[in-house]
Design a protein around this ligand. Sequence first.
Ligand code: TMP
Ligand code: ASP
Length: 235
Amino acid sequence: MDGIGPMLYEGKAKKIFAASRPDQVVQYFKDDATAFNAEKRGTIIDKGVINNKVSERLFKLLEERGVSTHFLERLSEREMLTRKVTIVPVEVVVRNVVAGSLAKRLGLQVGEAIEPAIVEFYYKNDALGDPLVNDDHLRLMNVATPAVLRELRDLAQRVNVVLKPFFAERKMQLVDFKLEFGVCHNKLILADEISPDTCRLWDMATGESMDKDRFRKDMGKIEEAYQEVLRRVCG
Ligand code: TMP
Ligand code: ASP
């Protein structure tokens, strides 16, 4: 790795830079936090460092368990070398417990267990506010074929089978999480990040949120919660 090249893309929480190899990129994790389609903005001190390390640990675990990811190597506190992929514009959400938008949309009781876990698709489009969509919508928009959607669902469930017990062993309930996938050499692989920004994690002892909900809902002690997730995941 001979240093990083020009910036290719800047998102809300990460920047993507060219790497020395054309088939690789560098993900740089920022401390910037947004919620509600960037209507709310702030900073979570050292979030970038924590999300980089937590993602590294979880991607390595998933690779060990046979789930292909874009992860190659953590380069520094805030930088991760990954395979270059074409991101599928679908946010794949897995839910083990009722919370967040599911509770609101369907009037279900927060905290109710969902068994077996459910998978939802959101169309990744900031201008539209990432709407919830079904398979037919995604097929209509030529975003994904039924075969690709079947594979996304299957991969998301496999990730859940690995992550749910991993977090439980560390006394955290994996309530729900969001995944993004990319295409690399005609194959779907897990991309983006898996972190307290993209998961709901509840402390099994106290029920307290240890994730970005603390920022979304102004609950305070955000940095402390992220540090504690890092300690339990990587410590
Ligand atoms: P939701 O209940 O707000 O739909 O969120 C479900 C999960 O997806 C939760 O773990 C947070 C995560 N998420 C993201 O990673 N990015 C987003 O933009 C949203 C809305 C949720
Ligand atoms: N990251 C998303 C945004 O800013 C929302 C969220 O995670 O709640 O819009």
